[in-house]
Every structure is written in C-alpha cells, then in structure tokens.
Write a protein that binds this ligand. Structure first.
Ligand SMILES: Cc1cc2nc3c(=O)[nH]c(=O)nc-3n(C[C@H](O)[C@H](O)[C@H](O)COP(=O)(O)OP(=O)(O)OC[C@H]3O[C@@H](n4cnc5c(N)ncnc54)[C@H](O)[C@@H]3O)c2cc1C
Ligand SMILES: NC(=O)c1ccc[n+]([C@@H]2O[C@H](COP(=O)([O-])OP(=O)(O)OC[C@H]3O[C@@H](n4cnc5c(N)ncnc54)[C@H](OP(=O)(O)O)[C@@H]3O)[C@@H](O)[C@H]2O)c1
Length: 262
C-alpha cells in the first residue's frame, strides 16, 4: 500500500445548502494545506477495499473556494451527481469523516494570465462559482481587476452557493457586481432576480446595463466554469466576438474550466 492510499484528512465542517448540495471543509492532517492559487482545484478521494483484493483510491477534483490566505482547511462546494460513484459516497459522510486529500492543488484556471487593471467577467453554472469566491476572498483588499462581475446560473435559487457572501461583497465594493440567474425557479416564487441561462446575460447591451462595462476583448478577460455544454456554447459565442482561448502555451482573454465531459 502506498502513502497515496492512506486517509490523510478530515471533513471538519459540512453545511448543506440544499438537497444534494453541500459545502465541505476538508482539513489535512498536520500543518495545513500547501500554498495554492485562487481558481485551482484539489482532488479528494475514498479508499475502496475489495475483499481479498488490493486497495484502490477513487478520487475526484473539486475547485477550492477558500481564500489562498486561509489554508487550515480547503472549502469545497459539491453537488451530488445522480448515481455518481464518488459523490454518492461523499454525501453519506458527516463531520469527522476521514478522506484522502491530494497534497497540493492543481490547474491553470487562475488569474496568472490575467492582465492587471483589466475588467473581469467570471461566468459559472452550479458549483462552478467556487473558484471565483476564492479569487474574491483572496484579493479582497487589493484586487488586480478594474471591475469584476460574477455570473452564476443555477436551476433554482436555493442552489445558489455563497449567495449571501457575494451579495454582501458586491454591496460593499462598487467594483464588484454579482448576477445570479435561475432557469427552473417556479414562476410565482419569491425569486425576483434574473431568470434565464447565463449566455443570455452576455448579450452586449444587456451585459453593459447589468455589469457596468463592455465585454471587450481588448479590455476584459472572461472566465467560464462548470457545465461543459455551457462552456462550449460560450466559447463559440465569445471567440466570435474576438476573445482568444487562454492555454498554457498561448495567452488569451478567454479562460475555460470544464467540470465533466459529456
Ligand atoms: C477541474 C475540475 C473541478 C471540479 N470542481 C467541482 C466542484 O467544485 N464541485 C463539484 O460538485 N464538482 C466539481 N467537479 C466534478 C467532480 O470532479 C466529479 O466529476 C463529480 O463530483 C462527479 O463525480 P461522481 O463520481 O459522483 O460521478 P461519476 O460517477 O464520476 O460520473 C457520473 C456522470 O456524471 C457526469 N458528471 C460529473 N460531474 C457532473 C456534474 N457536476 N453535473 C452533472 N453531471 C456530472 C460525469 O461525466 C458522468 O457521466 C470538478 C471537475 C473538474 C475536472
Ligand atoms: N440542487 C442541485 O443542484 C442538485 C441536487 C441533487 C442532484 N443534482 C444533480 O447534479 C447534477 C448537476 O446539477 P446542477 O443543477 O448543479 O448543474 P447543471 O445541470 O449544469 O445546471 C446548472 C445550470 O446550468 C444551466 N445550463 C445547462 N446547460 C447550459 C448551457 N448550455 N448554457 C447555459 N446554461 C446551461 C442549467 O440550465 P437549465 O435548467 O436550462 O438546464 C442550470 O441553470 C445533475 O445530475 C443533477 O441532477 C443537483
């Protein structure tokens, strides 16, 4: 058995946001989590023991929502995927449960390719809002952006993770706009906010009215995170409007993070 197959972390806090949707705080044993960049993800896992067989590690990736300045535990925002192998197990775990946590974060969906002083559109569906919360928490004092907008598309308003915190942050900071939007909220519910898919908010005049700046590739970077079909739709839409995809080899103004493949 290798060290990779030992539990090395604990779920120290769990808050259920809605059915099948939870915030988890995972603390590594020992000294705290390794330094990471806001926007990165970490793998957590479960050790599976087949009778008489070898131990196996079943692991999945989750964006870190915590500030990069707070490394006692990593905060994750997780949805229980219907019949999902790992999340079906994870949602049975309570505070105190042991998990495997990768020793460090990974991924290039960070602000490293972002040019200081430009505008920032942070677009997400579902739990894909988590990396943006890490960015906003980390740069609370001195953000590198001129203006930032966080767009989060969810089925119903109860699925909006970090809603209170993002509303408060936007109320405090005139440089920040928070635009949650719902697609399946019942028509006569208490929800009075935006409705429709995230792409509808990117229509130029609507975006300008809501966000207070233009989606102009010479002055703005766009980050897109979550549902893969949403990412493909927005990649088409935004490349047609002059945004260039950011890759490890080619700097661009369009940064993409797909949570799964279809
Ligand atoms: C870089 C990265 C960051 C991620 N960050 C997060 C995060 O912050 N929060 C989070 O909840 N998930 C996140 N994910 C997805 C996560 O890694 C798992 O794929 C997810 O939890 C499903 O695992 P599972 O074992 O339960 O489902 P599986 O048994 O592995 O998959 C079942 C099916 O569901 C599809 N699927 C996977 N995720 C979803 C989803 N969210 N909605 C609908 N279908 C899905 C898979 O393609 C597969 O077809 C991230 C993925 C990546 C690659
Ligand atoms: N509370 C929960 O969210 C919850 C609870 C338990 C289980 N689950 C399961 O978890 C999985 C993920 O659910 P989820 O709601 O987090 O994520 P999701 O299915 O990706 O939906 C999140 C938002 O993305 C939108 N969307 C989908 N495709 C899009 C596109 N091409 N362009 C723009 N927007 C798009 C959806 O709109 P539409 O409504 O128009 O599709 C919805 O508003 C599902 O298997 C679900 O059954 C979710």
């Amino acid at each position: 058995m290798t060290a990779a197959h030992e539990y090395n972390a604990t779920i120290v806090r769990r808050e259920d946001v809605h059915d099948g949707l939870a915030m988890l705080w995972v603390a590594p044993d020992g000294q705290g989590f390794a330094p990471f960049l806001p926007g990165q993800f970490v793998a957590i896992g479960r050790i599976v023991e087949a009778p008489g067989g070898p131990r196996a590690l079943v692991k999945r990736s989750y964006s870190i929502g915590s500030s990069a300045h707070d490394r006692h535990a990593v905060q994750l925002f997780v949805v229980h995927v219907d019949d999902g192998e790992f999340t079906s197990w994870l949602f049975e775990q309570r505070e105190g449960a042991r998990v495997w946590l990768a020793p460090k974060a990974s991924g290039g969906f960070t602000l490293q390719g972002f040019e200081r002083g430009m505008d920032l559109a942070l677009v997400s569906t579902g739990t894909g809002v988590a990396p943006y919360v890490s960015m906003i928490r980390t740069y609370d004092e001195a953000p590198p952006w001129r203006r930032a907008v966080v767009i989060n598309g969810v089925r119903v308003a109860a699925d909006l993770g970090f809603r209170d915190e993002l509303e408060d942050a936007a109320a405090r900071d005139p440089r920040l706009v928070y635009l949650p939007t719902t697609t399946r909220e019942p028509e006569h519910s208490a929800w009075t906010g935006l409705r429709g898919r995230v792409g509808e908010l990117l229509e130029p005049s609507r975006f300008r009215a809501l966000a207070g700046f233009d989606l102009d590739p010479s002055r703005c970077h766009v980050y897109v995170c979550g549902n893969p079909s949403m990412i493909e739709d927005l990649e088409r839409l935004l490349t047609a409007r002059g945004f260039k995809k950011h890759t490890p080899r080619h700097r661009g103004t369009l940064h993409l993070e797909k949570y799964w493949t279809e």
